[in-house]
Design a protein around this ligand. Sequence first.
Ligand SMILES: C[S@@+](CC[C@H](N)C(=O)[O-])C[C@H]1O[C@@H](n2cnc3c(N)ncnc32)[C@H](O)[C@@H]1O
Length: 588
Amino acid sequence: MATGSSEEVLAVDVQNLIESLNQADDGGAETAGNEAEDSMTENLPEEGSEVDLDVVELASTGEGLALYKGSKRVYIVPFAVPGDTVKAKIYRHLRDENYTVADFISVVTPSPERDDSRVQCKYFAACSGCQFQMLDYAHQLRLKKRIVEKAFRHFSQLPPELVPAIQDTIGSPLQYGYRTKLTPHFDGPPGGRRGNNKQPFGSRPPIGFMLKGKRSTLDIEDCPIGTDAVRLGMKRERARMAVEYGKYTRGATILLRESTKRVPKKTTTTAAEDNSSSLSQPPSERETAAKDSSPPPAAEEDDVVRVETDEYTDLKTCVTDNNGTSTEYVGPYVFHNPAGSFFQNNNSILPVFTDYIRQHILPPSPSSSSSPDITTTTTSPSPPPQIKYLIDAYSGSGLFTITLSSLFPGGSVGIDISDASITYASRNAASNSLLSSSPSPNSLSPDGGVRFLAADANALFTGPEVLGRYPPDETAVVLDPPRKGCDAGFLRQLLAFAPRRVVYVSCNVHTQARDVGVLVRGETAGSGLQEDDGAEEKGGDDAGGKKKEEKEKKKKKTRYAIESIRGFDFFPQTGHVEGVAVLNRVDE
Ligand SMILES: C[S@@+](CC[C@H](N)C(=O)[O-])C[C@H]1O[C@@H](n2cnc3c(N)ncnc32)[C@H](O)[C@@H]1O
């Protein structure tokens, strides 16, 4: 079970529910372990039978946790919310995992929170996505706040006093029609083993998403969380497959990625053209339209969705070529991306989200904060130095590096393991007039510009570039790793580097909580760095004294305090939430 995986998250929720049931029980002395054993020896309903279950909790994976006839065994049932009584079919009793998995059949008595008229998708309760559709949106946001709370309670391994109250989840402006990327798939023809099956399909295979709880694909005509352009793309791809299915001998995933061509209605000076546009200006004060060098949409007029505003017309199309380019606008910035590589999937929330990161990447000014600045040492009356440098680890095609760069006069560097994303990141910096004046495209020199490096994030700490050139006291780091989080080596090196401020963004709040726990507990700065042999100390001269002082400093523990944590709803109708944790180095 990988840390922060759905299986682990579910297992933790089940265990906590069993413990709370035990505590509520009169005979509370019984342990969760005993209870689990009892639940396996009790008469369990037969696999395949249908039973009524009372849903008492919502797991952080989006499923309901239910009980059967007063027993304390936990049943996992999807598409159900606390307060529901549902009819479910027992799928499997999992002895090791200590729970039973069941398929949802129907609602017997609805929870007061449930209103099925809210459901906008005809595949609800069959497709594995979008389990929250029956809930009011405000309620979905409250549930996501709770998911973040539980993640930090159970996965950070921090005492409660070190975790501030989780703030309210910021909602998505669009709650349907928001996903700029969908990837329906189809399976290969039956009867063959991977790769060896050369038989063509006899008819168009089902194209869609996984059936909930099954290893088969549900044919999906339309997906209402997709944007209009993506939904049109889905229709077009299904029509193409109805003709071309015979060409395929294997299963495949179809890329549907929205791309925007922005056509201004009146001439505006672009940031790229305006030489007076200063890097230190916030984007709101720059001219609006960033230079768009994207090609015009090649699609037929029928495949173009037009979105009109006072200033421009957006022509939205759907890219299906993984090696193609997609273009998105976030506020005044334009981003070109390799269509098959990572870019955030909900464009509607990105202006709100990137503004929030802009507001929090630097410490609050003393006048705007009632609490003392915890990065200021208590013994020194002098204010801490200004933060001038930004490191964007796991930068993708530069979303944060570019939207934050005007706050960092010293310079910004983004690093990502994907060559394609970094090639586009440099192009995006140019399109937004932010390229460094330094001639070498891979140079990290902090000269006020924006730089990108195609490498593993650990490379930040292995060369002299960042360690030598980005003073930790004047550097902020934004982290946005993939779902599995940061690796232990990266966190150790980050602690050794000890930047003043860290903003950790993640689409998996469980691995985020784990990693934030590591940063808050801290490690000895300098661990992993080469130790000196202490020869100079023996002389007891000035140089020796300095060396000793230096060594003492290295031994100091670097740790962080959490300033704030909150979720952003990038994924309405689902149980997923994007977390943002803001951390300050604690100087002791
Ligand atoms: C969640 S995405 C974030 C991208 C970007 N911050 C954004 O919002 O568009 C995670 C990124 O981490 C990159 N990545 C994965 N493993 C990495 C590693 N070991 N070192 C550097 N980047 C990595 C992926 O290529 C991907 O672009």
